[in-house]
Write a protein that binds this ligand. Structure first.
Ligand code: ATP
Length: 604
């Protein structure tokens, strides 16, 4: 049973590796490659990748071949020493210089080709992951889908890099080990024919090979036994490190709020706690690694003397030459190296397994996140020729399934600016998210006017990294608006003092006041000219006078835009034609109820 489980586990692991590897070696993107001295070629990335991989494999196998040649060189060299044959000694040294030059050239070319392959592969994989993360709002929806995709930034930046590098290391290591094993096993087998078992006259065909085989298999089993806990511990180590980093990144981002709340000590102890998980897990890792290191280095040291134990008697009794003795020693080392590939690579394989698991988990979560949009959890969206946005028979819930509000019927009419008011927590923002098509825990129907655009501005606008110009025009591509339009929009929202700084790149989110950030968002709307503009307390940080100015600017500059606002201030009443109130119903749930024309309040 356990054996079947292990085989299944290995099979699933290999399938997971294949799924992660496939996209690069199937990539049809056109790429360029410069092959010195032949020039530059263009081809599909998959062919370039295969060409580079083949080159790296050939060079790795060339390394094994050179090792075999050196093994015979060893034999001759030590025989020449024993025979005090100076002529042969010098010519063998000359040959060594040639072999060494070939070795060095091979090593340098292999390094360069392999590094280029790594970065090309990583680039294609990163592109694919970034695309997936950014499509279907997967980056947003993933937050609803649990723990499997913690720290997506780390998956994309670090895990892909490690996956590519380690896949190559392990693949080439395994390949050269197998080839090396066969080559040197052959040599050991031949050398065995001249020898007897130590201190006896008994001959066993290929006994050196058999001993090397048993020795290495025992080593591999031992390494698995002592190191198997490393896989999980490495996985957890990466997670704790990433959580700790993320915790600090939040402090950096919310430094001001934390300082104002005097929350420094609270943050300090939270970060301390997060780091203590890093330390605790690290110590567990050390505990396991310590035993594994004791085992693998003891095993490696024993391998130094072991072949001499087998061959010394044959040498002293004159059955084999000094060269044979040394060649046996070297060949035994190579076979043992090759067979104990997993002994040496155990912790690498353990880390690799953790990387593959994380990337696979991330992949699955991204797919599920993308699928959320396609299934019935979203409002059932229809386009109609009417000028209204309608929500019918809808229920909006939290990710854990508790109903937030029900909407038997809600009509937002084009050309009539509407204010939605109601108690905090009654689901106003959630209703907006559902209308904007991003809330995945909804049932019911949403009807929107065909071909009309909608823009939603939240209370806390997102200001991207980069220049102020990028912040104002977000998310349009660079050059979408001319300078005059951008200047006009900024002037309209009373931010003309920022015009000279349009091309300065700063962390603007931290520099601009809350009200300035909200006005940047309004300027975006003025540029984008949506048919529907949903303002979710998007002017709450402005004083009432400025708020009125902003609403007037929207009315003047965007006469064809219908504004729907969420807000608590009574002064907003005068700025809208209609009002909808979130009211608690008999069943205890909130529902939006039209209350007709808002009662105008006198602006302060
Ligand atoms: N991601 C989420 N996970 C769990 N519950 C959520 C989530 N988002 C919203 N809720 C819950 O849904 C309810 C409605 O939230 P919503 O933000 O829509 O209220 P609101 O009327 O806009 O409140 P406010 O006026 O305070 O902004 C709240 O009880 C909130 O806790």
């Amino acid at each position: 049973m356990a054996g079947t489980g292990m085989i299944d586990g290995l099979k699933n692991f290999l399938i997971a590796i294949w799924h992660l590897t496939k996209p690069y070696f199937n990539s049809r993107n056109i790429g360029e490659i410069r092959v010195w001295p032949f020039g530059t070629f263009r081809a599909q990335e998959r062919w370039i990748g295969l060409f580079m991989l083949t080159t790296v494999v050939v060079l790795a196998l060339g390394g094994v071949a050179l090792n075999v040649v050196l093994s015979y060189w060893n034999n001759n060299f030590y025989n020449a020493l024993q025979a005090k044959d100076e002529g042969t000694f010098w010519s063998l040294l000359g040959l060594f210089c040639i072999l060494a030059t070939v070795w060095i050239t091979r090593a340098v070319i292999a390094y360069v080709v392999r590094s280029y392959l790594v970065i090309r592969w990583r680039r294609v994989m990163t592109d694919i992951y970034l695309d997936r993360w950014m499509s279907h709002h997967a980056h947003y929806r993933m937050r609803f889908l649990g723990q499997k995709a913690d720290n997506p930034d780390q998956r994309i930046q670090e895990d892909i890099d490690q996956f590519v590098t380690t896949t190559l290391t392990l693949f080439l290591g395994l390949l050269t080990s197998v080839v090396s094993l066969f080559s040197f096993a052959f040599i050991l087998w031949n050398l065995s024919s001249k020898m007897t078992l130590p201190f006896t006259d008994i001959t066993i065909p290929g006994f050196l090979f058999w001993v090397a085989l048993i020795y290495s298999v025992a080593g591999t089993i031992g390494a698995h036994y002592f190191g198997r806990k490393l896989i999980h511990l490495n996985f957890m180590q990466q997670r704790y490190e990433a959580d700790f980093r993320f915790g600090m990144a939040r402090v950096r981002e919310y430094g001001e709020q934390i300082a104002l709340m005097e929350g420094d000590q609270a943050e300090r102890s939270r970060l301390g706690r997060m780091f203590s998980f890093v330390v605790q897990n690290f110590l567990k890792l050390v505990g396991v690694q310590k035993i594994l290191t004791a085992f693998t280095s003891g095993y490696g040291q024993a391998a130094v003397v072991f072949p001499f134990l087998l061959t010394a008697h044959n040498y002293f009794s004159g059955r084999v030459t000094f060269g044979d003795l040394m060649q046996t020693n070297q060949a035994f080392g190579q076979v043992q190296d090759a067979l104990s590939f997993f002994v040496d690579a155990y912790s690498t394989v353990a880390t690799y397994k953790a990387i593959v698991d994380r990337l696979t988990g991330f992949d699955e979560t991204m797919q599920r996140a993308a699928a959320v949009g396609a299934d019935t959890h979203m409002l059932n969206r229809h386009e109609a020729a009417t000028g209204e946005i309608n929500v019918d028979d809808a229920t909006l819930a939290t990710p854990t399934g508790e109903t937030i509000l029900t909407v038997p019927h809600l009509a937002l009419e084009a050309g009539h600016d509407t204010l939605i008011a109601g108690p905090s927590g009654s689901g106003k923002s959630t209703l907006f998210r559902a209308i904007a098509g991003i809330w995945p825990y909804a049932e019911g129907t949403l009807t929107v006017p065909a071909g009309k655009s909608l823009m939603l501005l939240p209370q806390q606008p997102y200001i991207p990294l980069g220049t102020l110009r990028e912040a104002v025009t977000y998310p349009a591509q660079e050059g979408a608006y001319d300078d005059a339009a951008i200047r006009d929009a900024l002037t309209a929202v009373e931010l003309s003092h920022l015009i000279p700084r349009l091309d300065e790149a700063h962390p603007w989110q931290q520099r601009l006041s809350g009200g300035e950030q909200q006005r940047i968002a309004i300027a975006r709307a003025l540029l984008a000219r949506p048919d529907w503009l949903l303002l979710d307390e998007a002017t709450a940080a402005l004083d009432e006078k400025l708020e009125q100015t902003v609403y007037k600017v929207i009315a003047d500059k965007l006469p064809n835009t219908t504004v729907v606002s969420i807000g608590h201030r009574s002064t907003l009443n005068a700025l809208h034609d209609r009002r909808i109130l979130m009211e608690r119903q008999e069943d205890g749930l909130f529902s939006p109820v039209p209350t007709g024309r808002p009662v105008s309040a006198t602006p302060a």
